[in-house]
Design a protein around this ligand. Structure first.
Ligand code: NPW
Ligand code: ADP
Ligand code: K
Length: 468
């Protein structure tokens, strides 16, 4: 957070008073307008704390009021609310609420400007009560951070706002990216306020527009082969379901065709007649543009060697990871993408699972370095690391994904993206992004248990969310 504060100080010294807050408020108002659909006549309630976070909310509220929204501000510390913001709201036709429960009950949207990066500890009782009522009333947009979460660590020490979306300024804060706080933030949106952050930023996160740009799209000249064929080596007599789930993901990842190789062809075809199946070894299966190998294959290490010997990108997951050595992966000319969970990463690193979970960033970097590969470390905070450069953190994940088979779906969708031509770092981070969004779609707004097959079934909705 000190990095962001320092960049803000540097920029503020060069800009007219209040310019950064205006930029923040403008971005926030645009995001609110998009969520509302129609601004004119909409009812917006601002929860306003005593700091600049509340100031952002007030100025954004003023912008919405000028476009015809009915905007009411609930002031947590009436004497200390941002005075310029309050004046702007009033002159735009907004008002200060004298009955918060009534205004909240009628709201179409609530803006959480209680506290931002200046907050310490969980919400205080009055703020916590309002946050609970807000949550029951309408979608909540958090300003910069869901109030009550720790910006630096992602810890939630008491009560915190649970937002449907968070509009953050200048840079993603670790607290928005690391659980348990991340789960409170909903969909993230970054507003550029002109901060110059150090070029060696340790982490980056894609957002909708980045993903939309990277997603493969068929052109007029496309045919199924030009769109890419992904080969899937998964499943066994014991675990046929892993094959079905990996193929389910692969069919919705943007490749033109999925070629399944393995002993679960009957189960795959029964569910997905679109699949091309092959009973022999992978190197006799026909041309593919990328391979996925590992989910549920058991001890099938011959197939792994076949696939590694190919000259196309290879994604290795689950059982496939057990037979890998750094040397064999480094020898490959084409890209290799490894997708371990914490336990598999620990086995590759020769340490304990808890050590990986306590140091996810260092672990994913070390694996990428030692294998000379791209590594996607799964779990509550999914990270993707390449040979160097920033580590990508996936902003869309949800704990509902912690369900058997969801990793198989991820390997399929990511492999499909590789086959469509995305570089491994992009394929991994776009795959994880769509997978997380699909799970959120499947789980619904309040959240409910989901099946891995439902995650696959919602991938098309996630795709449309990103591109619409
Ligand atoms: N810097 C910039 O250039 C830009 C900054 N920007 C914006 O400013 C925000 C940072 O603003 P900030 O520094 O004023 O602090 P902020 O987060 O509003 O909170 C401080 C107040 O909250 C209170 N409070 C504390 N803990 C609490 C709790 N647990 N529960 C309840 N209340 C609690 C505490 O009050 P007190 O303890 O005094 O009662 C204190 O006064 C940043 O997140 C971004 O939104 C943008 O405009 C872009 C440009
Ligand atoms: N707490 C969590 N929060 C978010 N995502 C999670 C969590 N736990 C697991 N996941 C995700 O769920 C998937 C599980 O994959 P994996 O561990 O391979 O399980 P399986 O082998 O049963 O498919 C991964 O995408 C992982 O990132
Ligand atoms: K906030």
């Amino acid at each position: 957070m000190e990095t962001v504060r320092a960049a803000e100080r540097e920029l503020m010294a060069r800009l007219p008073e209040g310019a950064l807050m205006q930029r923040a408020a403008a971005g926030l108002a645009v995001a609110c307008a998009e969520l509302l659909g129609r601004v004119y006549g909409a009812r917006v309630v601002l929860l306003v704390g005593s700091g600049d976070n509340g100031g952002d909310a007030l100025y954004a509220g003023a912008r919405l009021a000028r476009r015809g929204a009915g905007v009411a501000a609930v002031l947590l510390s009436p004497g200390r609310a941002h005075s310029g913001g309050l004046a702007a709201l009033r002159s735009a036709g907004g008002r200060v609420s004298d009955d918060a429960p009534r205004d909240l009950a009628r709201a179409d949207l609530v803006v959480d400007g209680i506290v931002g990066i200046g907050g310490r500890g969980g919400l205080r009782p009055e703020a916590a009560r309002l946050a609970r009522v807000a949550r029951e009333s309408a979608p909540v947009v958090a300003v910069d951070l869901p109030s009550g979460v720790d910006a630096d660590t992602g810890e939630v020490s008491g009560e915190a706002v649970r937002a449907d979306a968070t509009v953050t300024f200048g840079a993603y804060k670790p607290g928005l990216l690391v659980d348990p706080a991340r789960e409170r933030a909903g969909a993230l949106r970054l507003v550029d306020i002109g901060l110059t952050l150090p070029p060696e930023a340790a982490m980056e996160a894609l957002q909708h527009a980045d993903v939309a740009r990277l997603l493969p799209r068929p052109s007029a000249e496309s045919d199924k082969y030009r769109r890419g064929v992904v080969g899937v080596v998964a499943g066994s007599a014991r675990y046929p379901g892993a094959a079905v789930l990996a193929v389910a993901g692969a069919l919705r990842g943007g490749a033109g065709a999925v070629r399944y190789v393995g002993p679960a062809a009957d189960a795959v075809l029964a569910r997905f007649p679109e699949t091309l199946v092959h009973a022999g070894p992978p190197d006799k299966a026909g041309r593919v543009q990328a391979w996925v190998i590992g989910p549920g294959i058991g001890d099938e290490s011959d197939a792994l060697e076949d696939v590694l010997a190919s000259d196309v990108p290879v994604l290795v997951d689950a059982d496939g990871l057990r037979f890998l050595t750094p040397r064999r992966v480094r020898e490959r000319a084409a890209q290799t993408l490894l997708t371990p969970h914490a336990g598999e990463a620990a086995a590759l690193l020769g340490c304990g699972r808890a050590e990986v979970e306590a140091a996810r960033l260092a672990s994913v970097r070390e694996l990428a370095r030692s294998f000379g590969a791209t590594v996607l470390l799964k779990g509550s905070t999914t990270l993707v690391a390449g040979a160097g450069g920033p580590v990508r953190v996936n902003p869309t994940g949800t704990g509902w994904l912690a369900t058997a088979g969801s990793g198989d779906v991820l390997s399929g969708v990511t492999g499909s993206l590789l086959a469509a031509g995305l570089p491994a770092l992009d394929a991994g981070s776009v795959g994880a992004y769509l997978h997380g969004l699909a799970a959120r779609r499947a789980a619904g707004r309040e959240g409910a248990p989901i099946l891995a097959s439902e995650v696959a079934a919602h991938l098309d909705a996630a795709w449309r969310d990103v591109t619409d």
